[in-house]
Ligand binder design. Structure first.
Ligand code: FAD
Length: 308
């Protein structure tokens, strides 16, 4: 539907926002400004990534706790298996429970520096499903896991990858969050395949704002996210024109979100990259308004009427 033919905003539509632990004073300042702006959009939850092999262990912990304490957000911590013994991974989980954080995004992780084949730590959890099992047996956490609409690059085949997702959900995860994709049809086909495989838990659609098209093209090759031809045409000639690039990216993200919402996908997970503008543009075009602005507008209406 055209923007002006849109039905009223879908009341059950939920958004969630992902961040990475900030680096340096500038990164820190930018993150907290972004969180403050996005918190006003009342996300179902926010999450904070875990740097390769645990490199951000303390930073992830501190960031998640501050999001909860300062902004009242339901904050989830990512946790990976790679390069760590089971006891060390579970000690990280223990520290979250002690801090009152009860949502973990359980992942396998990748070999550091993206180099070589994945080799499980000799005393570690081999795959994400093993971590999910351990967390579920331990208790105390809501668990989310990753899903791959375009198939994980190291999967034996698409069916085995889907079986792995089902195994993670059957082991105790309550939702999956997809790797980002650009063509909404990719997600919708995956959702159908998941339903046919007996998956009933929510599969949140992971949406990536395109901050720099050239960069995202390079990055996508490594993680298996396809760049459709129409997207190459969309950005052709816009790479070096900041304002046009930003407008195209805002339109693209909003269109992806609108189409998914219209198709009944009511859980959208934004990979914010610690920047607010594009995610806010998409939320706005979905009809979501910031809490404070909405409250202020409600308060202003009677006064304006009285004055008029
Ligand atoms: P798994 O579910 O364990 O799957 C990994 C691969 O192994 C798949 O190809 C699967 O099909 C295959 N597989 C599973 N079991 C077996 C088996 N028994 N035998 C053979 N093959 C098997 N990375 C980070 O480092 N930090 C993060 O914070 C982070 N956050 C992420 C958030 C989301 C929403 C997503 C989608 C990814 C994230 N990643 C993160 C990246 C993730 O760590 C990588 O994609 C990683 O390669 C796979 O992790 P996984 O949890 O999906 O692994």
């Amino acid at each position: 539907a055209a923007l002006w033919d849109q039905p009223a905003p879908v009341p059950e539509l939920g958004v969630s926002f992902e961040f990475f632990p900030p680096r340096g004073a500038q990164g820190e300042a930018r993150l907290w400004e972004t969180v403050e702006r996005l918190a006003a959009y009342a996300p179902d939850f926010v999450s904070v990534t875990y740097g390769a092999g645990g490199s951000t262990r303390d930073k992830t912990h501190d960031t998640v706790v501050r999001m909860r304490d300062e902004f009242g957000l339901d904050a989830a911590a990512h946790l990976t298996c790679v390069d760590a013994a089971k006891r060390d991974v579970m000690a990280v989980a223990d520290a979250y429970e002690a801090a009152g954080i009860n949502h973990i995004v359980a992942l396998r992780g990748d070999p550091p520096q993206g180099g070589g084949a994945y080799v499980p730590h000799p005393e570690g959890f081999a795959f994400a499903v093993d971590l999910v099992r351990a967390l579920a047996a331990r208790g105390g956490f809501e668990i989310s896991v990753a899903a791959y609409p375009e198939v994980h690059p190291h999967a034996l085949n698409p069916d085995a990858d889907l079986d792995n997702l089902k195994a993670k959900l059957d082991a105790g995860a309550t939702r999956a969050i997809t790797q980002y994709f650009f063509d909404p049809a990719v997600y919708l086909r995956f959702r159908d395949r998941a339903a046919a495989a007996g998956i009933t838990r929510p599969i949140l659609a992971g949406l990536m704002p395109v901050l720099g098209f050239a960069q995202i093209r390079r990055f996508s090759a490594a993680c298996g996210a396809g760049i459709p031809d129409w997207m190459i045409r969309l950005y052709d000639g816009a790479e070096d024109d900041e304002a046009t690039h930003q407008a195209v990216s805002a339109m693209l993200l909003a269109e992806q979100a609108r189409l998914l919402a219209a198709e009944g996908c009511h859980d959208l997970h934004f990979y914010t990259l610690n920047k607010a503008d594009l995610t806010i543009a998409a939320c706005h075009l979905l009809g979501i308004r910031p809490r404070r602005a909405a409250a202020a507008a409600d308060a202003a209406i009677p006064a304006a009427t009285a004055a008029g």
